[in-house]
Ligand binder design. Sequence first.
Ligand code: KDG
Ligand code: MG
Length: 403
Amino acid sequence: MRIVDAEVVVTSPGRNYVLLKLTTSDGHTGWGDATLNGRELAVAAYLSEHVLPLLDGRDASRITDTWGFLYRGAYWRRGPVTMTAISAVDQALWDIKGKAAGLPVYELLGGRCRDGVTVYGHASGAGIEETVAGVQDFLDRGYRAVRAQSRIPGLVATYGIGTGVSEVYEPAVGAVPMEEIWETGPYLDFVPRMMARIRAELGYGFDVLHDAHHRLTPIQAATLGRSLEPYRLFWLEDPTPAEDQSAFRVIRSHTITPLAVGEVFNSVWDCQQLIGERLIDYVRTSVTHAGGITHVRRIFDFADLHGVQTGAHGAGDLSPVGIAANLHVDMAIPNFGIQEYMGHVEPTARVFDVGYHYSEGMLHVSDRPGLGVDVNEDAARAYPYVPRQLPVVRLRDGSMHNW
Ligand code: KDG
Ligand code: MG
């Protein structure tokens, strides 16, 4: 089973996705997600210029060997562009292996550990009342875990806010990044009040999550975590910039609010200290950005050895192929915690034939062989790439901060 064709497909049905299609000598095709939000074309070029010429004629069944060939062979290791490109090849090869075996990928990973994948949805609002209504809306639709974000009074823009109750939050904007102003004081005052209202009005019979999106210092994060303890969050996500791993010693020593980190990580080395020292409760690496199924499985195994559970990134900037790849891993690992699920904007369904489905707070993978997502290439061509940038953030005095 040799690789005889490899193609990069860039499509923008509402937002940009980069996909890799591999074809084998015996007629199997495999799809991989190579989408890196805001830097899509860098991965497309890395694949086209540096990876695809190496794949011609390779044995498609040798997934781990191909992973090592691309990782070690580049000499320049890690980094989001490299690891997203390797991931796309890895996903496509797992898709092919499943199709060749006539089995869904989770069967090849050891089989089901659970009936379905528990997901959390994204509720947001223009203020506390609207956010409470948004959480209620998700509960009404069967979700048992909801992320709550709200606009902060006094700030023009706040991370994670959709345009209305239960609207999908889509942060990418135009060709030039939108600039937002951030103030930590009002945020630290507001979030505990929002969580107090959510628990007072909706009770404790579901899990609530919150994403601080890298905005705080370690001691501010510790303060927030402590002030949220009465509301028993499932997790507080990315309280500080995630690359400073020892910062989490400070946060951890002050609060028992569970911590989730890792959507921006692309290898196990990014979270070695966080996991090894048990400084976090959930690791958020995704198949798409952290080297594919082959590497994410190793991160999640390492996490399991240290009592850390998983909570893979699943924002709408991951294509349905990447979401499916995460779901197959989620199904097959012992230390699954939760899976993020934002869904996708409507035109996405015209390009992707998605095998998984949502029901009663869970996503269910299909039993189609492989990853279970097909791509309509004619439809993909009808949505050409649109330049989009994530916003950037400044403090009131004009200095740069973290978005
Ligand atoms: O591309 C960036 C988004 O995926 C990210 O901002 C979303 O933080 C995010 C989340 O938790 O989904
Ligand atoms: Mg996040």
